[in-house]
Design a protein around this ligand. Structure first.
Ligand SMILES: Cc1ncc(COP(=O)(O)O)c(C=O)c1O
Length: 416
């Protein structure tokens, strides 16, 4: 019997694995749970032609060899230029130096936390937040604490000021190591932060002596429906200049989830170096082949061509799910949600007394009715409400989304 480390003892099965095994055990279950992309629009032809170009290129097949720990230099250049094109003030040469490729942006989140946090430390997270990140924090023994929000879900900076003041008075401020935000078409809320909100957050943190590392997770920034969200990133807003920042994005959601390539841009040289040392311990480099495919797709235009296909496709799927839930009468039964302008999720608020948690009667009834969702309770760092639901329209085809909405609404009707 192994004697486990504190980390090994803290490890818990990820909830997403439990939800996925429920789906596998019950093939007639329609899953609105996992944040997967749609198999029907994955870029098979683009990947095929990228591999053909690589295979036909003269010289040695370096793309089938180990690559650099920080990532392929040309891919890093392309990604830096891509960001520079939407954020005109950015110093692209600096971004190129600060950019590193990871095994999905998920690995960058783990590296960031490993470099910064010890058990007992505190990270401020958005409310609601990305539940896999929250599980990562608890696996490391790190406490997630919500950034206060108002009734419309906007950051409540006066309340944050009071919270930071209380943390300073109690001595907890020393344990505050980072702030984490999903700022474009968030998972789970679909919300984006505007520039004024971002600036007010920087001002509040600075005014309370909390110039701590900040992670801006932009995983869904490119998955807009009608137009990009206009707010600049924290890399470009002057209010954030004195904060150590890690900006994260990914090539999975906008291109191919199976290639599992993500990237980070870290403005603090020391923090970046420590994450790269740790990445060397994890894997000493993200799969070079996968990076080379992404590089080809970006350089040859297939990446943008693919985005032009999936943006309207996900918009249609969002409308299908949203429309079916509305037509089934959920709003009249006290359910509320907003139509997102991008991303992969609808974030539903159930009537306050309805418990939608993983072990609730409602959740069991949904599984019995053949529909699976992510309980919103997983998406909160603290003060966990039980009446939220995350629905993903990423995977199912439109007729299945309509049927899943019908099943969900039938259960909701029984729980009025
Ligand atoms: C907000 C957010 N950040 C990061 C990730 C990690 O994605 P990947 O590792 O595929 O880049 C996800 C995946 O669902 C996500 O929703």
């Amino acid at each position: 019997m192994p004697v486990f480390s504190a980390l090994g003892r803290r490890a818990r099965p990820p909830t997403i694995a439990r939800l996925m095994s429920l789906a596998l055990d019950n093939p007639r279950l329609l899953s609105l749970a996992a944040g997967f992309t749609d198999n029907r629009t994955l870029p098979v032809a683009a990947v095929q032609s990228a591999v053909a170009v690589l295979a036909a290129s003269p010289g040695e097949p370096e793309w089938l060899q180990y690559g650099a720990n920080q990532g392929r230099p040309r891919l890093r250049e392309l990604l830096a230029a891509r960001l520079g094109a939407v954020e005109p003030g950015l110093d692209v040469a600096a971004v190129h130096r600060e950019l590193f490729v990871t095994n999905g942006s998920q690995q960058a989140l783990y590296l960031a936390m490993q470099a910064l946090c010890d058990p007992g430390d505190i990270v401020l997270v958005d409310r609601p937040s990305y539940f896999v990140f929250l599980e990562l924090l608890s696996g490391l023994g790190v406490e997630a604490r919500s950034l206060p929000v108002d009734a419309a879900g906007k950051l409540d900076t006066p309340a944050l000021g009071a919270q930071l003041g209380a943390m300073a008075a109690s001595g907890e401020r020393a344990r505050l190591k980072a702030v984490y935000l999903v700022s474009y078409f968030s998972n789970p809320s679909g919300r984006s932060l505007d520039a004024a909100e971002k600036n007010a957050l920087a001002a509040t943190l600075a005014a309370h002596d909390a110039v701590v590392p900040v992670i801006e997770d932009a995983a869904y920034r490119e998955l807009w429906f009608d137009a990009p969200h206009p707010a600049p990133s924290l890399l470009a807003l002057p209010a954030w200049a004195k904060f150590p920042r890690l900006w994260l994005s990914t090539l999975t959601k906008p291109f191919a989830t199976g290639l599992k390539a993500g990237y980070g841009i870290c403005t603090d040289a020391d923090w970046l170096a420590r994450m790269l040392y740790t990445k060397g311990h994890h894997d000493f480099g993200t799969a070079n082949f996968n990076q080379a495919v992404c590089e080809q797709a970006l350089a040859g235009g297939a990446f943008d061509a693919h985005l032009a296909v999936i943006r309207p496709a996900y918009a249609r799927k969002m409308h299908a799910l949203h429309g079916a839930l509305a037509a089934a009468g959920l709003p009249a039964r006290g359910w509320r949600w907003r139509e997102p302008a991008g991303g992969l999720y609808l974030w539903l608020e159930a009537p306050p007394a309805l418990d939608t948690g993983l072990d609730s009667a409602f959740c069991r009834a949904c599984v019995e009715a053949g529909v699976l969702y992510v309980p919103g309770e997983l998406c909160f760092g603290d003060a966990v409400p039980r009446n939220f639901v995350r629905l993903s329209y990423g995977v199912l085809a439109e007729p299945d989304l309509t049927e899943a909405a019908r099943r969900f609404a039938t259960v909701a009707e029984k729980f009025v």
